[in-house]
Write a protein that binds this ligand. Sequence first.
Ligand code: NAD
Length: 483
Amino acid sequence: MSPGGDGTLPVTNPRTGEVDYRVKAWSADEIAGAAGSLREEARAWDALGVEGRCAALGAWGEALAARRGELGEALTIDTGRRTFAHFEVQKAIDLIGHWCRRAPALAAEAQGGQSAQVPSVHYRHRLVPYPVVGIISPWNVPLILALIDAVPALAAGCTVLLKPSEVTPRFTVPLAEALTEVPALARVLRIVTGGPETGAAVIDQADAVCFTGSVATGRIVAAHAARRFIPAFLELGGKDPAIVTASADLDNAARAIVRSAVGMTGQACQSLERVYVQAAVYPAFREKVVAEAERVQLNWPDIDSGQIGPLIFPPQAEKIQAQLDDAVARGARILCGGRIERHGGGRWCLPTVLEDVSDEMQLMREETFGPLIPLIPYDSSDEAIRRANDSEFGLSAAVFAGTEDEAIAIAEQLEVGAVSINDASLTGIVNDVEKNSFRLSGLGGSRMGDSGFRRFLRKRALLIQTAEAAPITLFSEGQVPSA
Ligand code: NAD
Protein backbone atom coordinates (compact mmCIF):
# COMPACT_ATOMS: atom_id res chain seq x y z
CA MET A 1 0.00 0.00 0.00
CA SER A 2 1.28 3.50 -0.88
CA PRO A 3 1.07 6.32 1.67
CA GLY A 4 -1.77 8.86 1.44
CA GLY A 5 -1.27 12.58 0.73
CA ASP A 6 -0.25 13.16 4.36
CA GLY A 7 2.55 10.57 4.08
CA THR A 8 0.86 8.07 6.41
CA LEU A 9 -0.49 4.54 6.05
CA PRO A 10 -3.75 3.25 7.59
CA VAL A 11 -3.48 0.60 10.32
CA THR A 12 -6.26 -1.88 11.11
CA ASN A 13 -7.09 -2.94 14.65
CA PRO A 14 -7.25 -6.75 14.54
CA ARG A 15 -9.98 -7.02 17.18
CA THR A 16 -12.37 -4.51 15.59
CA GLY A 17 -11.41 -4.58 11.92
CA GLU A 18 -11.39 -0.77 12.02
CA VAL A 19 -8.68 1.57 10.84
CA ASP A 20 -8.00 3.37 14.12
CA TYR A 21 -4.36 4.40 13.67
CA ARG A 22 -2.09 5.86 11.02
CA VAL A 23 1.66 5.40 10.74
CA LYS A 24 4.17 7.67 9.07
CA ALA A 25 5.75 6.26 5.90
CA TRP A 26 9.33 7.54 5.81
CA SER A 27 10.34 8.77 2.36
CA ALA A 28 13.49 7.69 0.55
CA ASP A 29 15.05 11.12 1.27
CA GLU A 30 14.31 10.82 4.98
CA ILE A 31 15.79 7.32 5.07
CA ALA A 32 18.90 8.59 3.27
CA GLY A 33 19.20 11.34 5.91
CA ALA A 34 18.86 8.86 8.78
CA ALA A 35 21.41 6.52 7.21
CA GLY A 36 23.80 9.45 6.68
CA SER A 37 23.73 10.37 10.36
CA LEU A 38 24.21 6.70 11.33
CA ARG A 39 27.22 6.49 9.03
CA GLU A 40 28.75 9.52 10.77
CA GLU A 41 28.34 7.81 14.15
CA ALA A 42 29.52 4.36 13.04
CA ARG A 43 33.24 4.79 13.73
CA ALA A 44 32.75 6.21 17.24
CA TRP A 45 30.28 3.41 18.11
CA ASP A 46 32.80 0.78 17.04
CA ALA A 47 35.60 2.58 18.89
CA LEU A 48 33.50 2.62 22.09
CA GLY A 49 34.31 -1.08 22.46
CA VAL A 50 32.00 -3.94 23.31
CA GLU A 51 31.81 -3.08 27.02
CA GLY A 52 30.69 0.49 26.29
CA ARG A 53 28.17 -0.68 23.70
CA CYS A 54 26.74 -3.28 26.06
CA ALA A 55 26.45 -0.65 28.80
CA ALA A 56 24.28 1.43 26.46
CA LEU A 57 22.23 -1.61 25.44
CA GLY A 58 21.80 -2.58 29.09
CA ALA A 59 20.54 0.93 29.91
CA TRP A 60 18.01 0.56 27.09
CA GLY A 61 16.93 -2.79 28.55
CA GLU A 62 16.28 -1.01 31.87
CA ALA A 63 14.33 1.75 30.10
CA LEU A 64 12.23 -0.89 28.36
CA ALA A 65 11.62 -2.68 31.66
CA ALA A 66 10.43 0.61 33.16
CA ARG A 67 7.93 0.91 30.28
CA ARG A 68 6.96 -2.75 30.10
CA GLY A 69 3.27 -2.02 30.74
CA GLU A 70 3.07 0.63 28.03
CA LEU A 71 4.98 -1.50 25.52
CA GLY A 72 2.92 -4.58 26.33
CA GLU A 73 -0.35 -2.70 25.87
CA ALA A 74 0.75 -1.16 22.54
CA LEU A 75 1.64 -4.66 21.33
CA THR A 76 -1.69 -5.92 22.64
CA ILE A 77 -3.53 -3.50 20.35
CA ASP A 78 -1.18 -4.31 17.47
CA THR A 79 -1.76 -8.07 17.73
CA GLY A 80 -5.09 -8.51 19.55
CA ARG A 81 -3.53 -10.83 22.17
CA ARG A 82 -2.39 -9.78 25.64
CA THR A 83 -0.43 -12.52 27.42
CA PHE A 84 1.92 -13.11 24.51
CA ALA A 85 2.34 -9.34 24.01
CA HIS A 86 3.64 -8.98 27.56
CA PHE A 87 5.72 -12.15 27.16
CA GLU A 88 7.34 -10.52 24.11
CA VAL A 89 8.40 -7.53 26.21
CA GLN A 90 10.07 -9.77 28.79
CA LYS A 91 11.73 -11.78 26.03
CA ALA A 92 13.09 -8.57 24.47
CA ILE A 93 14.60 -7.54 27.82
CA ASP A 94 16.08 -11.05 28.20
CA LEU A 95 17.47 -10.88 24.65
CA ILE A 96 19.37 -7.69 25.48
CA GLY A 97 20.68 -9.32 28.68
CA HIS A 98 21.80 -12.41 26.78
CA TRP A 99 23.87 -10.46 24.24
CA CYS A 100 25.33 -8.14 26.87
CA ARG A 101 26.63 -11.23 28.69
CA ARG A 102 27.80 -13.09 25.57
CA ALA A 103 29.18 -10.32 23.32
CA PRO A 104 32.40 -9.47 25.24
CA ALA A 105 33.73 -13.04 24.87
CA LEU A 106 32.81 -13.16 21.17
CA ALA A 107 34.31 -9.75 20.45
CA ALA A 108 37.58 -10.91 22.04
CA GLU A 109 37.81 -13.79 19.58
CA ALA A 110 39.98 -11.96 17.04
CA GLN A 111 43.19 -13.94 17.03
CA GLY A 112 46.63 -13.70 15.63
CA GLY A 113 49.06 -16.38 14.61
CA GLN A 114 51.55 -17.59 12.08
CA SER A 115 50.81 -18.70 8.55
CA ALA A 116 51.32 -22.45 8.15
CA GLN A 117 51.91 -21.93 4.41
CA VAL A 118 54.46 -19.10 4.69
CA PRO A 119 56.06 -19.35 8.16
CA SER A 120 57.80 -15.97 7.83
CA VAL A 121 54.35 -14.30 7.84
CA HIS A 122 52.44 -13.76 11.03
CA TYR A 123 49.07 -12.08 11.24
CA ARG A 124 46.54 -10.33 13.41
CA HIS A 125 42.81 -10.34 12.82
CA ARG A 126 40.61 -7.30 13.35
CA LEU A 127 36.83 -7.67 13.48
CA VAL A 128 35.20 -4.96 11.37
CA PRO A 129 31.45 -4.36 11.76
CA TYR A 130 29.18 -3.39 8.87
CA PRO A 131 28.72 0.35 9.40
CA VAL A 132 24.95 0.40 8.74
CA VAL A 133 22.78 -2.72 9.04
CA GLY A 134 19.23 -2.44 7.66
CA ILE A 135 16.61 -4.56 9.44
CA ILE A 136 13.15 -5.22 8.00
CA SER A 137 10.73 -7.22 10.16
CA PRO A 138 7.21 -8.73 9.98
CA TRP A 139 3.98 -8.34 11.97
CA ASN A 140 3.48 -11.71 13.60
CA VAL A 141 5.86 -11.24 16.57
CA PRO A 142 6.50 -7.52 16.12
CA LEU A 143 8.86 -6.65 18.98
CA ILE A 144 11.03 -9.76 19.15
CA LEU A 145 11.51 -9.97 15.39
CA ALA A 146 12.42 -6.27 15.30
CA LEU A 147 15.10 -6.76 17.96
CA ILE A 148 16.39 -10.29 17.39
CA ASP A 149 18.98 -9.11 14.84
CA ALA A 150 19.21 -5.46 15.93
CA VAL A 151 20.61 -6.21 19.41
CA PRO A 152 23.52 -8.47 18.35
CA ALA A 153 24.28 -6.12 15.42
CA LEU A 154 24.54 -3.17 17.81
CA ALA A 155 26.62 -5.17 20.29
CA ALA A 156 28.95 -6.13 17.43
CA GLY A 157 29.54 -2.44 16.64
CA CYS A 158 27.17 -1.88 13.72
CA THR A 159 24.67 0.98 13.61
CA VAL A 160 21.11 -0.07 12.79
CA LEU A 161 18.33 1.27 10.60
CA LEU A 162 15.27 -0.66 11.78
CA LYS A 163 11.97 -0.80 9.87
CA PRO A 164 9.31 -2.90 11.58
CA SER A 165 6.12 -3.96 9.78
CA GLU A 166 3.58 -1.28 8.89
CA VAL A 167 0.82 -3.73 9.94
CA THR A 168 1.72 -3.56 13.68
CA PRO A 169 3.51 -0.23 14.26
CA ARG A 170 2.01 1.04 17.55
CA PHE A 171 4.70 -0.57 19.70
CA THR A 172 7.42 1.45 17.97
CA VAL A 173 6.27 4.56 19.87
CA PRO A 174 7.16 3.36 23.43
CA LEU A 175 10.17 1.53 21.96
CA ALA A 176 11.53 4.79 20.50
CA GLU A 177 10.61 6.76 23.65
CA ALA A 178 12.70 4.39 25.76
CA LEU A 179 15.55 4.97 23.32
CA THR A 180 15.57 8.73 23.97
CA GLU A 181 16.65 7.90 27.54
CA VAL A 182 19.92 6.42 26.21
CA PRO A 183 21.40 9.11 23.92
CA ALA A 184 24.50 7.03 23.06
CA LEU A 185 22.22 4.35 21.62
CA ALA A 186 19.74 6.77 20.04
CA ARG A 187 22.58 8.04 17.84
CA VAL A 188 23.22 4.57 16.39
CA LEU A 189 19.76 2.98 16.28
CA ARG A 190 17.10 4.67 14.16
CA ILE A 191 13.59 3.21 14.22
CA VAL A 192 11.74 4.14 11.03
CA THR A 193 8.25 3.22 9.88
CA GLY A 194 6.56 2.61 6.56
CA GLY A 195 5.74 -0.09 4.04
CA PRO A 196 7.48 -1.67 1.03
CA GLU A 197 8.79 1.63 -0.37
CA THR A 198 10.41 2.54 2.95
CA GLY A 199 11.82 -1.00 3.16
CA ALA A 200 13.35 -0.63 -0.30
CA ALA A 201 14.87 2.73 0.74
CA VAL A 202 16.44 1.01 3.78
CA ILE A 203 18.11 -1.57 1.50
CA ASP A 204 19.36 1.28 -0.71
CA GLN A 205 21.25 2.73 2.25
CA ALA A 206 22.44 -0.34 4.15
CA ASP A 207 25.77 -2.20 4.07
CA ALA A 208 24.02 -5.46 5.04
CA VAL A 209 20.34 -6.32 5.38
CA CYS A 210 18.50 -8.67 7.75
CA PHE A 211 15.04 -9.52 6.51
CA THR A 212 12.33 -11.57 8.23
CA GLY A 213 9.16 -12.09 6.22
CA SER A 214 7.56 -13.99 3.36
CA VAL A 215 9.37 -15.86 0.61
CA ALA A 216 7.75 -13.56 -1.99
CA THR A 217 9.18 -10.40 -0.40
CA GLY A 218 12.41 -12.22 0.46
CA ARG A 219 13.03 -12.78 -3.25
CA ILE A 220 12.61 -9.04 -3.93
CA VAL A 221 14.88 -8.14 -1.00
CA ALA A 222 17.55 -10.65 -2.09
CA ALA A 223 17.53 -9.34 -5.67
CA HIS A 224 17.74 -5.74 -4.43
CA ALA A 225 20.62 -6.58 -2.10
CA ALA A 226 22.39 -8.47 -4.91
CA ARG A 227 22.16 -5.41 -7.19
CA ARG A 228 23.81 -3.38 -4.42
CA PHE A 229 26.31 -6.19 -3.69
CA ILE A 230 25.48 -6.29 0.02
CA PRO A 231 24.81 -9.45 2.05
CA ALA A 232 21.18 -10.33 2.75
CA PHE A 233 20.35 -12.52 5.76
CA LEU A 234 16.88 -13.91 5.06
CA GLU A 235 14.52 -15.64 7.53
CA LEU A 236 11.42 -16.62 5.58
CA GLY A 237 8.34 -18.81 5.68
CA GLY A 238 7.83 -22.48 6.46
CA LYS A 239 5.49 -25.43 6.06
CA ASP A 240 6.79 -27.40 9.03
CA PRO A 241 5.96 -31.13 9.18
CA ALA A 242 5.59 -33.34 12.26
CA ILE A 243 6.08 -37.12 12.20
CA VAL A 244 4.42 -39.21 14.93
CA THR A 245 5.57 -42.83 15.04
CA ALA A 246 3.59 -45.74 16.52
CA SER A 247 5.86 -45.83 19.58
CA ALA A 248 5.38 -42.14 20.49
CA ASP A 249 3.72 -40.90 23.65
CA LEU A 250 0.51 -39.85 21.89
CA ASP A 251 -0.74 -37.56 24.67
CA ASN A 252 2.56 -35.65 24.64
CA ALA A 253 2.56 -35.47 20.84
CA ALA A 254 -1.04 -34.24 20.62
CA ARG A 255 -0.41 -31.59 23.30
CA ALA A 256 2.78 -30.29 21.66
CA ILE A 257 1.40 -30.35 18.12
CA VAL A 258 -1.76 -28.44 19.00
CA ARG A 259 0.25 -25.88 20.97
CA SER A 260 2.64 -25.40 18.03
CA ALA A 261 0.03 -25.33 15.26
CA VAL A 262 -2.47 -23.17 17.09
CA GLY A 263 -0.42 -20.97 19.43
CA MET A 264 -0.43 -17.33 18.27
CA THR A 265 -3.35 -18.44 16.04
CA GLY A 266 -0.81 -20.26 13.85
CA GLN A 267 0.83 -16.95 12.92
CA ALA A 268 4.36 -18.19 13.52
CA CYS A 269 6.95 -19.24 10.96
CA GLN A 270 7.79 -22.40 12.94
CA SER A 271 4.13 -23.50 13.43
CA LEU A 272 3.54 -27.13 12.53
CA GLU A 273 1.36 -27.18 9.40
CA ARG A 274 1.42 -30.90 8.36
CA VAL A 275 1.19 -33.93 10.67
CA TYR A 276 2.17 -37.41 9.45
CA VAL A 277 0.99 -40.19 11.80
CA GLN A 278 1.87 -43.90 11.61
CA ALA A 279 -1.29 -45.74 10.49
CA ALA A 280 -1.41 -48.13 13.48
CA VAL A 281 -1.93 -45.23 15.93
CA TYR A 282 -3.75 -42.85 13.57
CA PRO A 283 -7.31 -43.34 14.95
CA ALA A 284 -6.20 -42.95 18.59
CA PHE A 285 -4.01 -39.94 17.76
CA ARG A 286 -6.75 -38.23 15.73
CA GLU A 287 -9.09 -38.48 18.70
CA LYS A 288 -6.53 -36.94 21.03
CA VAL A 289 -5.68 -34.08 18.66
CA VAL A 290 -9.32 -33.21 18.08
CA ALA A 291 -10.02 -33.28 21.85
CA GLU A 292 -6.99 -31.04 22.48
CA ALA A 293 -7.99 -28.64 19.66
CA GLU A 294 -11.60 -28.43 20.84
CA ARG A 295 -10.43 -27.23 24.26
CA VAL A 296 -8.95 -24.08 22.70
CA GLN A 297 -11.03 -20.91 23.08
CA LEU A 298 -10.89 -17.57 21.32
CA ASN A 299 -9.87 -14.59 23.45
CA TRP A 300 -13.17 -13.00 22.48
CA PRO A 301 -15.13 -11.08 23.74
CA ASP A 302 -12.86 -10.92 26.78
CA ILE A 303 -9.22 -10.49 25.78
CA ASP A 304 -8.20 -11.92 29.14
CA SER A 305 -9.83 -15.29 28.44
CA GLY A 306 -9.16 -18.15 26.01
CA GLN A 307 -5.89 -19.03 24.30
CA ILE A 308 -5.89 -17.55 20.80
CA GLY A 309 -6.36 -14.09 19.38
CA PRO A 310 -7.65 -12.74 16.08
CA LEU A 311 -5.88 -12.96 12.75
CA ILE A 312 -3.67 -9.88 12.74
CA PHE A 313 -3.51 -9.14 9.02
CA PRO A 314 -6.97 -9.19 7.32
CA PRO A 315 -5.75 -10.58 3.93
CA GLN A 316 -4.35 -13.58 5.84
CA ALA A 317 -7.93 -14.55 6.78
CA GLU A 318 -8.89 -14.69 3.10
CA LYS A 319 -5.87 -16.86 2.33
CA ILE A 320 -6.76 -19.33 5.11
CA GLN A 321 -10.40 -19.50 3.94
CA ALA A 322 -9.23 -20.09 0.34
CA GLN A 323 -7.01 -22.98 1.51
CA LEU A 324 -9.93 -24.49 3.45
CA ASP A 325 -12.29 -24.14 0.44
CA ASP A 326 -9.71 -25.71 -1.88
CA ALA A 327 -9.16 -28.63 0.53
CA VAL A 328 -12.88 -29.31 1.00
CA ALA A 329 -13.52 -29.07 -2.76
CA ARG A 330 -10.82 -31.72 -3.28
CA GLY A 331 -12.30 -34.08 -0.69
CA ALA A 332 -10.81 -33.11 2.69
CA ARG A 333 -12.93 -33.67 5.80
CA ILE A 334 -13.01 -31.10 8.59
CA LEU A 335 -13.02 -32.69 12.06
CA CYS A 336 -13.32 -29.44 14.06
CA GLY A 337 -13.23 -25.68 13.47
CA GLY A 338 -13.19 -25.07 9.75
CA ARG A 339 -13.98 -21.47 8.91
CA ILE A 340 -13.09 -17.84 9.44
CA GLU A 341 -15.45 -16.31 11.98
CA ARG A 342 -16.28 -12.61 12.34
CA HIS A 343 -16.60 -11.28 15.88
CA GLY A 344 -16.76 -7.60 16.72
CA GLY A 345 -15.38 -6.73 13.28
CA GLY A 346 -12.23 -8.87 13.70
CA ARG A 347 -11.41 -12.13 11.92
CA TRP A 348 -10.86 -15.32 13.92
CA CYS A 349 -10.20 -18.97 13.21
CA LEU A 350 -10.72 -21.82 15.67
CA PRO A 351 -8.22 -24.69 15.54
CA THR A 352 -9.14 -26.74 12.50
CA VAL A 353 -8.20 -30.43 12.23
CA LEU A 354 -8.58 -31.96 8.77
CA GLU A 355 -8.13 -35.42 7.28
CA ASP A 356 -8.38 -37.03 3.84
CA VAL A 357 -5.97 -34.39 2.58
CA SER A 358 -3.80 -34.94 -0.49
CA ASP A 359 -0.39 -33.60 -1.39
CA GLU A 360 -1.60 -31.31 -4.20
CA MET A 361 -3.97 -29.29 -1.95
CA GLN A 362 -2.95 -25.67 -1.36
CA LEU A 363 -2.89 -26.22 2.40
CA MET A 364 -0.27 -28.95 1.94
CA ARG A 365 1.99 -26.89 -0.34
CA GLU A 366 1.70 -23.21 0.63
CA GLU A 367 2.37 -21.64 3.99
CA THR A 368 -0.96 -21.21 5.85
CA PHE A 369 0.03 -18.98 8.77
CA GLY A 370 -3.17 -19.99 10.54
CA PRO A 371 -4.33 -22.73 12.96
CA LEU A 372 -4.96 -25.57 10.48
CA ILE A 373 -3.81 -29.13 11.34
CA PRO A 374 -3.99 -31.56 8.40
CA LEU A 375 -3.52 -35.19 9.56
CA ILE A 376 -1.99 -37.71 7.16
CA PRO A 377 -1.62 -41.44 7.99
CA TYR A 378 1.54 -43.22 6.76
CA ASP A 379 2.76 -46.79 6.62
CA SER A 380 6.59 -46.73 6.62
CA SER A 381 9.13 -44.21 7.96
CA ASP A 382 10.50 -43.89 4.43
CA GLU A 383 7.09 -42.76 3.23
CA ALA A 384 6.75 -40.23 6.09
CA ILE A 385 10.23 -38.81 5.41
CA ARG A 386 9.62 -38.59 1.64
CA ARG A 387 6.32 -36.76 2.11
CA ALA A 388 7.67 -34.46 4.83
CA ASN A 389 10.54 -33.52 2.48
CA ASP A 390 8.15 -32.92 -0.43
CA SER A 391 8.09 -29.15 0.08
CA GLU A 392 9.89 -26.10 -1.20
CA PHE A 393 10.35 -24.94 2.43
CA GLY A 394 12.96 -26.22 4.89
CA LEU A 395 12.55 -24.22 8.10
CA SER A 396 12.03 -26.79 10.85
CA ALA A 397 10.16 -29.97 11.82
CA ALA A 398 9.21 -32.18 14.75
CA VAL A 399 9.53 -35.93 15.35
CA PHE A 400 7.73 -37.85 18.11
CA ALA A 401 8.92 -41.41 18.84
CA GLY A 402 9.29 -43.80 21.76
CA THR A 403 13.08 -43.52 21.87
CA GLU A 404 15.52 -40.74 21.04
CA ASP A 405 17.38 -43.10 18.67
CA GLU A 406 14.26 -43.81 16.65
CA ALA A 407 13.40 -40.10 16.45
CA ILE A 408 16.97 -39.08 15.54
CA ALA A 409 17.14 -41.69 12.75
CA ILE A 410 14.14 -39.94 11.16
CA ALA A 411 15.22 -36.39 12.04
CA GLU A 412 18.57 -36.78 10.30
CA GLN A 413 16.81 -37.41 7.00
CA LEU A 414 14.63 -34.29 7.09
CA GLU A 415 15.69 -31.42 4.79
CA VAL A 416 15.20 -28.70 7.40
CA GLY A 417 17.40 -26.54 9.60
CA ALA A 418 16.08 -27.66 13.02
CA VAL A 419 14.14 -30.65 14.31
CA SER A 420 12.39 -30.65 17.70
CA ILE A 421 12.29 -34.13 19.19
CA ASN A 422 9.37 -35.12 21.42
CA ASP A 423 8.30 -31.47 21.48
CA ALA A 424 7.45 -28.91 18.81
CA SER A 425 8.74 -25.52 17.62
CA LEU A 426 11.56 -25.44 20.14
CA THR A 427 13.37 -22.84 18.01
CA GLY A 428 10.68 -20.39 19.13
CA ILE A 429 12.02 -20.52 22.69
CA VAL A 430 15.59 -21.82 22.33
CA ASN A 431 17.54 -19.02 20.67
CA ASP A 432 21.07 -19.91 21.74
CA VAL A 433 21.52 -22.95 19.46
CA GLU A 434 22.78 -22.28 15.92
CA LYS A 435 20.61 -23.42 13.01
CA ASN A 436 20.24 -22.50 9.36
CA SER A 437 17.10 -22.24 7.28
CA PHE A 438 17.12 -24.70 4.36
CA ARG A 439 15.62 -24.36 0.88
CA LEU A 440 13.28 -21.36 0.40
CA SER A 441 13.02 -20.77 4.15
CA GLY A 442 16.09 -18.58 4.26
CA LEU A 443 19.61 -17.60 3.36
CA GLY A 444 22.78 -16.67 5.22
CA GLY A 445 24.43 -17.47 8.54
CA SER A 446 22.42 -18.55 11.58
CA ARG A 447 20.67 -15.78 13.52
CA MET A 448 20.50 -18.16 16.48
CA GLY A 449 23.46 -18.88 18.74
CA ASP A 450 26.87 -17.19 18.57
CA SER A 451 26.74 -16.91 14.77
CA GLY A 452 23.92 -14.37 15.33
CA PHE A 453 26.68 -12.00 16.54
CA ARG A 454 29.64 -13.14 14.43
CA ARG A 455 27.82 -12.65 11.12
CA PHE A 456 27.87 -8.86 11.63
CA LEU A 457 31.68 -8.81 11.74
CA ARG A 458 34.02 -9.10 8.82
CA LYS A 459 37.62 -10.21 9.36
CA ARG A 460 40.41 -7.88 8.37
CA ALA A 461 43.76 -9.69 8.33
CA LEU A 462 46.97 -7.76 9.03
CA LEU A 463 49.69 -9.87 7.35
CA ILE A 464 53.18 -9.12 8.68
CA GLN A 465 56.22 -10.31 6.73
CA THR A 466 59.26 -10.92 8.98
CA ALA A 467 61.62 -12.10 6.23
CA GLU A 468 62.99 -10.02 3.36
CA ALA A 469 60.30 -9.33 0.74
CA ALA A 470 60.69 -11.48 -2.41
CA PRO A 471 62.00 -9.68 -5.54
CA ILE A 472 60.30 -9.72 -8.97
CA THR A 473 62.80 -12.37 -10.08
CA LEU A 474 60.61 -14.81 -8.15
CA PHE A 475 58.55 -14.87 -11.35
CA SER A 476 61.42 -14.91 -13.86
CA GLU A 477 60.59 -17.17 -16.78
CA GLY A 478 62.72 -20.24 -17.45
CA GLN A 479 62.42 -21.65 -13.94
CA VAL A 480 59.94 -24.47 -14.61
CA PRO A 481 61.61 -27.70 -13.46
CA SER A 482 61.82 -30.29 -16.25
CA ALA A 483 59.28 -33.10 -15.90
P1 NAD B 1 6.12 -9.60 4.33
O1 NAD B 1 7.14 -10.27 3.48
O2 NAD B 1 4.82 -9.23 3.72
O3 NAD B 1 6.69 -8.26 4.97
C1 NAD B 1 7.83 -8.25 5.80
C2 NAD B 1 8.45 -6.88 5.83
O4 NAD B 1 8.93 -6.54 4.53
C3 NAD B 1 7.51 -5.73 6.21
O5 NAD B 1 8.20 -4.87 7.09
C4 NAD B 1 7.24 -5.04 4.89
O6 NAD B 1 6.95 -3.66 5.01
C5 NAD B 1 8.58 -5.22 4.18
N1 NAD B 1 8.54 -5.13 2.72
C6 NAD B 1 7.52 -5.45 1.89
N2 NAD B 1 7.90 -5.26 0.60
C7 NAD B 1 9.19 -4.85 0.63
C8 NAD B 1 10.12 -4.50 -0.39
N3 NAD B 1 9.82 -4.54 -1.68
N4 NAD B 1 11.37 -4.13 -0.01
C9 NAD B 1 11.70 -4.08 1.30
N5 NAD B 1 10.85 -4.38 2.29
C10 NAD B 1 9.60 -4.77 1.97
O7 NAD B 1 5.92 -10.59 5.56
P2 NAD B 1 4.82 -10.49 6.69
O8 NAD B 1 3.50 -10.84 6.08
O9 NAD B 1 5.00 -9.24 7.46
O10 NAD B 1 5.29 -11.69 7.67
C11 NAD B 1 4.85 -12.99 7.57
C12 NAD B 1 5.92 -13.86 6.93
O11 NAD B 1 7.12 -13.78 7.71
C13 NAD B 1 5.55 -15.33 6.91
O12 NAD B 1 5.90 -15.90 5.66
C14 NAD B 1 6.41 -15.93 8.00
O13 NAD B 1 6.69 -17.30 7.85
C15 NAD B 1 7.64 -15.09 7.90
N6 NAD B 1 8.40 -15.16 9.15
C16 NAD B 1 9.60 -15.84 9.16
C17 NAD B 1 10.32 -15.96 10.34
C18 NAD B 1 11.63 -16.71 10.40
O14 NAD B 1 12.36 -16.54 11.38
N7 NAD B 1 11.96 -17.54 9.43
C19 NAD B 1 9.82 -15.37 11.51
C20 NAD B 1 8.61 -14.72 11.46
C21 NAD B 1 7.91 -14.59 10.27
